[in-house]
Write a protein that binds this ligand. Structure first.
Ligand code: UDP
Length: 250
């Protein structure tokens, strides 16, 4: 059962269930787009209707942040933890390694996807990497990149182009890539390949990974204003003081 949070669909399922569903898309070559929904994305979707439509048209919208997890739980979802891009990639790589399902990594600075692919191959023997490519390309190159992914035969496309670019790119080009599933994974390649440091476990357990990132990368403060704004919007929504966004889930 999906929930709706400020006009955005959220499927409150855990990483295991999401993995099973995505493996199904990969095997059947469904061409399913998956979004790991974050609080900032929901805030952004308030002012970008086209982006909201893309999110709501996804085959799965997974809960990537603590803010969304708390709201989902208040609305009755039985979800123990959020599902991060990194965790999802690890689950999928473990399972895909046992089958003929290859993975393409698109995104990050030059070398980031290749580093992440090498780490995944070492950790999950038998995993087939269909290809890698950095995420800094001109819009005119997109069709050619999609054709290259198609030629690679990838069953899964991981797009780490940052949001909202990765969601838009997948909405436009996933079908052309021929991949069974495409997931927007943000900066996950940097984390897996060891280029970006993740917050220590204690910060993550306390749900304050965002604070750790703010301390480490103070230039993120502008993006993080989305968090208090999200709380404000949810409060208005709960009190019935906010007009409901037209729901665009099909
Ligand atoms: N990125 C990219 N192409 C771009 C802009 C960003 O490949 O045009 C990559 C960037 O190198 C980083 C990721 O997208 O690996 C986004 O990281 P960010 O921390 O912004 O995303 P988040 O994990 O917060 O969604």
């Amino acid at each position: 059962m999906s929930l709706e949070i400020l006009g955005c669909r959220l499927d409150p399922i855990d990483a295991d269930e999401a993995t099973e569903r995505i493996l199904g898309f990969m095997r059947e070559r469904t061409g399913a787009q998956i979004v790991t929904l974050g609080t900032e994305m929901v805030v952004y979707a308030q002012r970008d209707e086209a982006f909201r439509r893309i999110v709501n048209a996804c085959a799965l919208s997974l809960c990537d942040t603590v803010g969304l997890l708390l709201v989902a739980r208040r609305r009755g979802a039985q979800l123990a933890e959020r599902v991060t891009g990194v965790e999802l990639i690890e689950h999928l790589a473990r399972r895909a390694a046992g089958e003929e399902l290859s993975v393409y990594l698109l995104g990050g600075a030059e070398g980031a996807a290749a580093d992440a692919a090498a780490v995944l191959e070492a950790r999950f023997p038998g995993l087939r990497i269909a290809g890698v490519r950095n995420g800094y390309f001109a819009p005119e190159e997109s069709a050619q990149i999609a054709a290259e992914i198609r030629a690679s035969g990838a069953a899964l496309l991981l797009a780490g182009l940052g949001s909202p670019r990765q969601e838009r790119w997948l909405a436009e080009f996933l079908a052309a890539t021929g991949a069974g599933a495409g997931i927007g994974v943000g900066g996950s390649f940097d984390v897996i390949g060891g280029r970006a440091e993740r917050a220590p476990v204690i910060w993550r357990r306390l749900g304050v990974e965002w604070l750790y990132r703010l301390v480490k990368e103070p230039q993120r403060w502008r993006r993080q204003l989305a968090l208090p704004y999200f709380v404000w919007l949810i409060a208005l929504d709960t009190l019935g003081l906010r007009p409901k966004k037209e729901r665009t889930v099909s």
